[in-house]
Design a protein around this ligand. Sequence first.
Ligand code: 3H9
Length: 713
Amino acid sequence: MDKLVNLTTQDGVAVITIDNPPVNALSPGVPEGLLAALDVAEEDPLVRAIVVIGGGRTFIAGADIKELELAASGRGNGPPEFHAILASIEDTSKPVVMAIHGTALGGGNEVAMAGHYRVAVRDAQIGQPEVNLGIIPGAEGTQRLPRLVGVAAAVDLCVSGKPIRAPEALKLGLIDRVIEGDLLTGAMAFAREIAEKGGALRKTRELSDKLGSEFVDASIFAAGRDQARKTRRNMLAPLKAVDAIEAAVNLPFDEGCKKEREIFAECLASDQARALIHAFFAERAVAKIPDIPKDTAVYNIRQAAIIGAGTMGGGIAMACANAGISVLLKEVEQAALDRGVATIRKNYENSVKKGRFSQEVMDQRMALIHPQLTYDGFGQADLIIEAAFESMELKKRIFAEIDQIAKPDCMLASNTSTLDIDAIASVTSRPRMVVGLHFFSPANVMRLVEIVRGKATSKEVVMTALALAKKLGKVGVVVGNCWGFVGNRMMLPYMREAQFLVEEGATPEQVDRALTNFGMAMGIFAVDDMGGIDVQWRVREERKHMEKPGLRTPLMLGKLFHSERLGQKTGAGWYRYDENRKPIPDPEVHALIEKTAREGGIERRHITDDEIIERCVYIMINEGAKILEEGYAQRAADIDVIYLTGYGFPAYRGGPMWYADTVGLKQVRGRIREFHQKHGEFWEPAPLLNKLADQGETFASYDAAREHAMAVA
Ligand code: 3H9
């Protein structure tokens, strides 16, 4: 027997255990092992029923995405093929019970559905998350799922990609029993019950009672496609998943499976699938720091303390409380503290109203947050996060203070979004304990945390920050200490270029529309207005000394600032805002732009959406290439993760650097050269971009070569 799959027999029940850590993916050898084990169990006269279970922490978490990656890029032996194993499971003459814990995702659930019965522990998660990878279920899932749960639930599961817990799966008919206590014991008892009852075995593929009628299903499919267009803008796979489920209704099982295979192959060959698979692995690679061993000891963070109960401090406090970490939340004035706590309470109340969690959970979380005006208790904190106003002077003062109070092994973090972490650390007696933790607003929601590694930050502190990010349900990306780190350093030229575009002839709404059509979560001017024109203005003023003299500066930002159009907070910025904070294009701004351009001697012209995308995105890519070469990001893929999880870059484009690879670096560099000629110095191609374009390489190949070099060294 292949060691990826083991077989034991106990009291007439064969137990087949899949043992392919860490997540029991259906890698080569697993389906074959499963098939061989089934054969043995089928032949053994002493076996009356079969249980399939996952070893370790989970049932099967899906097909092996590495194999899918190879197939998507035309390497490997094509996509994996599971028909034979699924048919064998279903045709076994003895009852096959699938015993689920952890996750049964994608191919994992598809294998489970081929079993005659499914049981699961209460917190098991079951789902078809393939759309997150730009594909559809490709192991007959779109055909078996509607037969078990009905068409509407199948559409919802496949379009949303969201897993459900066992009790809901039971309600839907996806599983047959929730097991309390030990899963294997419960599953074996269930298997014996079924064997004793006898009778014909239920094959999922032969069920049809939940498939509904053509008339009713038509409206479900229409609603599913609407859901797909709304929640997964511009994405191919969710719409295709609906097509495949439609085939389950309209075609016999085998033909439906054939149709599913065709659609699966089409999706897998798409740029979207390649980008999303890249994003999946990139998100997991960020936690690997080349010069820090994986098993480096980390500090245990049980008590956190936060300085500043404003938007950021409050959001970080919520993120900590949500993860069960107790937080001291300090402000300087009672009124500001009360405001901060009231906002936290309101956010939690909204979540309770929306049914995200119960009042009891909210009460537990509120109880973990301790508002205060003093440093009381900070001496016991394992982590202190400063989330005060973005001013070096203020931050230095705070760090000097907390250095006096904090215990020696307390981590000291700043939530600065642009400032020099080494300068901040320099006022403490322990720069090795100082790190940047750049959360994104709203910090209780946004997944990204940039972990800024100063020149003295210890390896233990970096690894603790990564572990903390994971505990908070976030993605921590380690970045170097340069102005704006990675995300904001790239954002600055992006914002600047967008402003140049409106001065040259576009309108804010045209730029934003082009960007959202490209897939950005929000247009850049809507982002500006949300963050505040005053904030951007101050950042620009603070940076002035860093800019080369004589470089062109957008004129409009100052105009808006001085006319107190500060964005959403004043009801007007690049847009006007109604009471629901809906941005409304504003003729006053248009007039101001035209006047400003006239005064600045800028000739306005027609600007195409293509130019908007190229100038906004390529300027980011060029800056990203500089950041990468200067070593402030470890990999191009890290930059992608930052933009996907913190800046609303469309996941199906894989991030800015991956997108550049997709367009082709020669092509990107060609346009950058043209912009350089036309628009000046900002556009000088990054040396790394030039090098890779000349060599016909990509950012992905650059990452791979560096990883290889490090592995060899
Ligand atoms: C599919 O099934 C297609 C089929 O319909 C049809 C095909 C024909 N494959 O996330 P973690 C690795 S598509 C390969 O940090 P967690 C991961 O890279 C698939 N590797 O753990 C990481 O490796 P490393 C549908 C995988 O506890 C390690 O496992 N299924 C796979 O935070 C730990 O991962 C999915 O989309 C895989 N399927 O979360 C589920 N899964 O340590 C994808 C994980 O070297 N997986 N790895 O960096 C997940 O959502 C999460 O991994 C899971 C665990 C929730 C399972």
